[in-house]
Design a protein around this ligand. Sequence first.
Ligand SMILES: Cc1cc2nc3c(=O)[nH]c(=O)nc-3n(C[C@H](O)[C@H](O)[C@H](O)COP(=O)(O)O)c2cc1C
Length: 279
Amino acid sequence: MSGITFFSTKNLEKIKEFYTKKIDMDLWLDQGGCIILKHGNMLLGFCEGAEIDKGGTITFFYEDKKKVDQMYIKFKDSARSEPKENEKFHIYNFFAEDVEGRTIEFQTFLHPIKPYLGGEELLRGRRSVRDFKDKEVPEEILSKIFEACRFSPTSRNAQGYYFIPICDREVIKFMASRRGGSSKPIQEAPMAVAVCCDPEETLRPIQDGCIAAYHFILTAWAYGLGTCWIAAMDREDVKEKLGIPKDHYVATVTPLGYPQKIPKTPLRKPKESFIKKEL
Ligand SMILES: Cc1cc2nc3c(=O)[nH]c(=O)nc-3n(C[C@H](O)[C@H](O)[C@H](O)COP(=O)(O)O)c2cc1C
């Protein structure tokens, strides 16, 4: 289920310019007398009318304090105060006004939150993370991620994949040292997860294991957690350390934790280069 919150405006053009240019909202739909704007999971509608709806507060939330500070620089003139921590709600926020005097708020949550990203944002926004905050992954978040990983597709629905959470620092250090710089990100995280697959349960252990690993990576991102695929961990020393049978497939051992910062998107090829013409 989805929804839109509508407000009445006396100046649709000005509102459109404000929310798209200053707040970077996307114009999701232009219906003529009404526009619908999108910011993450938020759909906000404005319709031309005789009155200006000013009730309530339109709150935009961001993944970290830095983004809130960046918005403060943009809104310094109309901000009612500098951004600060609100202990009661465990948020970091400030209030300002839009061009018609509505209250707008910019904030970040200072505690883990449930997933809110739409599909496209999740697919486009996920990054490989190699620097992590010194903050444990809560048990209940981990459990929710594994719950969602039940829905990874597998060959003939075999479901032969499994996860090994690794929290022991000595084991983490061992994993991080397997492949030099390539496996170093494991060292930077509070924990790691090995994604494996049992060939006795499926005819396609490599495909099932890799897809389950990507499913895990995407789900973790939806919960605000960073991962990084570490390649070539299907090795004897890794298996021996983790007690994995020799014939099982280790798709990856990924670090898992809250990103220190969200990395910039590495350059991507245009979609035309992925779509080959029929011969
Ligand atoms: C099969 C595979 C192997 C990878 N191996 C490593 C690795 O060993 N170490 C590492 O730091 N990143 C590794 N990565 C992450 C890639 O470098 C990363 O996905 C790529 O640069 C694109 O960045 P993005 O994931 O942020 O979009 C791997 C990714 C994939 C899919």
